[in-house]
Ligand binder design. Structure first.
Ligand code: ADP
Ligand code: SF4
Length: 707
């Protein structure tokens, strides 16, 4: 047993009062037959990326195991490359090129089966979405066409012999999947990301042969793949078909009520399971900022069950047990599909089963998990800081080690870092005092969630506040801005400072390290001013976004709705470029364009004076003057560490040995809300641990064997 497994053996779950499923939700816990296999319940973790895949197989298996332990009756891999001509490097998806991949995949099936769940695998040939940067294989397309990912190499149209090969590769991959122990094998035509989907799409496939033209022809390839998979593994494995019924492009694409339905009618009884959604990925995994409603895909997929007798699974960021039960009871779906809700709370099914509804950690629809995949790094989640750390750090979302010898701790600040830190310290058994300067708990989560489209982000604070308010072991104080003297008077010797950060007002940021020439009379705002309720006078407002993450774009949208006439200037080449990672950038830019916001790209701020802001072109240095009454600077943040510095001064060197003081969250290093939650969690877990052990964790990684 390793140090990491010992470390998290003890439970800190709230006592489970009821293990009876309320009648209302019983329907969610009935077994469902899928071809030759039976799922133990109706909770289905549909395929989703982890950023671990074939590069980090133990980590991936540990993540999937937690889902099974948390009650997901079916747990699926992410898309699994079936052949070197579907090489998604540098993205570490799953891989089943040959039999050498089987042992790593078996880690997943074994760990999922251990908890009584079914293991599914999503086989994929990614066509022109796979640009084969590792293998340098030709890029295969439905047509002669550009690659889907920016690449100088184009795809070539696959011919009859390629199609024959593709079918053989799929069949062989299915055979290996069965050998690896999977219960469900997918054929995948979704997200615009697979050859089978590209063949189906009327606005993509321009072939003239029997695989192009009318729908009967375009459907031919996926029909062959499903038939052959059944032939190969259907005795033991169910064959699922993941199909995007609608491209959300209106008449310019496949529509659920027209060709989408026709495909389901043509193949109705062929697969053992229909996994239906919308495409592309940005529509399927749309953020709450642009689609606040749970169940947003239902109106697209609700016809499917009337066409097939086979079980149907669908997603829609489901976190409400009532909605889940009603969708099953009304016969709209057989399974509640989830990717993001299962990431935010791997124990969602168990919590419903045990009637612990308030303990559900609801997904906020921020797509930080999606960003991890797009950045080719292990999965991270805003709500669930243990996600992706199950193997590496031995973290479990519902278990934490008991406290050491210390009795109590003080947490200053109730932003995401302070709330998470306080909650986990409480779960470890410490008596916790939490002091917040403001009149409400929540810090930046509360402020940001009041901006346009970000309301669901409140859940980060609400979930933790509710927990802390119910605990007899926590004292909570609002309206309590603590000084160093206050902290020492309290007599607590373990102090976590989660005092956050503040946006700069001097224009210094990513693109400009020089202090600006600023006329003092000018109306300069920071995001903190706006979120604190200050509003520029009506008229023109220049927003200068050198942060380039999400907040500048959100504020432009928000303030435009409040009637301000906005000029948005950024050194970047588009609005909120980082939000490409969360699949939102195009929506953000569209929204700002539709509001007639004047967008100016490639400019760095150089001077703010009476009624005017001066910029310089990033490339040429050419000046740009914008006349304005007010300017909002979204650049960088300062850490709020004055309390830390004062305490360090007051505590003598001798006393400091008995005094534990730690900066957490944005006060330690400004970042995303996800980073603050993670840091609060980490600080609580590491409290009273051996420093050497903590240090070692930085080095833990999966090293590829040289044998
Ligand atoms: P993080 O993202 O790291 O959690 P936030 O900026 O969201 O940081 O939250 C920091 C919180 O700390 C804010 O709500 C702020 O009011 C509070 N705070 C800052 N200084 C003090 C202090 N001296 N005493 C009590 N609360 C403080
Ligand atoms: Fe949901 Fe955000 Fe977590 Fe993804 S990162 S699962 S969207 S809370």
């Amino acid at each position: 047993m390793t140090a990491r497994t010992v470390y998290c053996l003890e439970y800190s779950l709230r006592s489970v009062e009821s293990t009876q499923v309320s009648n209302k939700y019983e329907t969610l816990f009935t077994p469902v037959k899928i071809g030759p296999v039976t799922a133990p319940n109706r909770f289905f973790q549909v395929p989703h990326c982890t950023g671990m895949g074939h590069l980090r197989p133990k980590a991936d298996a540990a993540t999937r195991a937690i889902k099974a332990e948390g009650g997901w009756g079916v747990v699926s891999t992410q898309e699994t490359e079936i052949h070197p001509s579907s090489d998604l490097t540098p993205y570490p998806e799953q891989r089943i090129w040959d039999e050498r991949d089987i042992p790593a995949l078996r880690l997943i099936t074994d760990s999922v089966h251990k908890h009584g769940s079914l293991a599914a695998i999503e086989l994929a040939h990614n066509g022109n979405h796979a640009i084969n940067q590792l293998t340098r294989a030709p890029i295969l397309g439905v047509n002669e066409m550009s690659a889907d990912i920016l690449s100088p190499r184009q795809a070539r149209q696959i011919d009859k012999s390629d199609i024959k090969n593709l079918r053989y590769w799929h069949r062989m991959a299915a055979r290996r999947a069965k050998e690896a122990g999977f219960d469900i094998v997918y054929a995948y035509a979704g997200h615009h990301m697979t050859l089978a989907h590209q063949f189906l799409l009327p606005n993509v496939n321009d072939r003239m042969d029997e695989y192009g033209g009318k729908l009967e022809n375009r459907v031919r390839l996926i029909k062959e793949l499903i038939e052959e998979t059944k032939e190969e593994v259907g005795d033991k494995c169910a064959v699922a078909f993941r199909f995007a019924v609608d491209e959300v492009k209106g008449a310019d694409g496949m529509q659920a009520r027209e060709e989408g339905r026709a495909v389901v009618e043509m193949l109705a009884e062929l697969p053992d399971l229909w996994d239906v959604n919308v495409s592309d990925w940005s529509n399927d995994s749309v953020t709450s900022r642009f689609e606040p409603n749970e169940g947003y895909q239902t109106s697209y997929i609700d016809f499917v069950k009337s066409v097939t007798s086979k079980p149907v699974v669908a997603v829609g960021r489901f976190t409400s047990p009532d909605l889940m039960a009603s969708l099953v009871n009304k016969g709209i779906v057989d399974f509640i599909g989830a990717a993001r809700p299962s990431i935010a709370d791997p124990f969602l099914p168990k919590k419903i089963e045990e009637g612990r509804f308030e303990d559900i950690r609801e997904c906020i629809g921020c797509n930080i998990c999606v960003a991890s995949d797009n950045l080719a790094i292990p999965i991270r989640c805003t709500q669930n800081p243990t996600m992706g750390e199950e193997w590496r750090r031995g973290w479990h979302p519902e278990k934490i080690q008991r406290k050491g010898s210390e009795e109590s701790a003080l947490v200053v600040g109730s932003g995401p870092a302070g709330l998470e830190c306080a909650m986990q310290l409480e779960r470890r058994g410490y008596k916790v005092t939490l002091a917040e300067a403001n009149e409400e708990y929540g810090g930046r989560v509360l402020s940001e969630s009041r901006l346009k489209g970000l309301n669901a982000w409140r859940r980060v604070a609400d979930y933790r506040i509710r927990y802390l308010q119910q605990s007899a072991n926590v004292d909570l104080f609002l309206d309590s801005r603590l000084t160093a003297e206050n902290v020492l008077e309290l007599g607590v010797k373990n102090v976590f400072l989660a005092t956050g950060s503040k946006w700069r007002s001097d224009g210094i940021g990513r693109s400009n390290r020089k202090t600006l020439r600023v006329q003092p009379a000018k109306n300069i705002f920071t995001p903190d001013d706006i979120m604190g309720g200050a509003l520029p006078k009506s008229g023109q407002l220049v927003i200068y976004d050198d942060d380039q993450i999400y907040l500048g774009g959100v504020l432009a949208d928000h303030l435009s709705d409040l009637g301000l006439d906005i000029v948005f200037v950024t050194p970047a080449n588009n609005v909120s470029p980082w939000c490409e990672n969360t699949l939102e950038q195009h929506r953000i830019q569209r929204s700002l364009i539709n509001k007639n916001i004047d967008l100016k790209f490639g400019y760095v701020i150089s001077e703010i004076s009476e009624d005017r802001v001066e910029f310089e072109c990033n490339y040429t240095g050419k000046k740009l003057d914008v006349t304005t009454q007010s300017v909002l600077l979204v650049t960088e943040r300062h850490r709020e560490i004055s309390l830390y510095e004062d305490l360090m001064k007051l505590v003598s060197e001798k006393d400091s040995q008995k005094f534990f003081l730690k900066l957490v969250g944005d006060a330690a290093a400004p970042g995303l809300i996800a980073d603050a939650v993670f840091d609060g969690h980490l600080a609580a877990r590491n409290f009273e641990r051996d420093e050497g052990e903590v240090e070692k964790e930085f080095y833990i990684r999966e090293i590829i064997s040289l044998k």
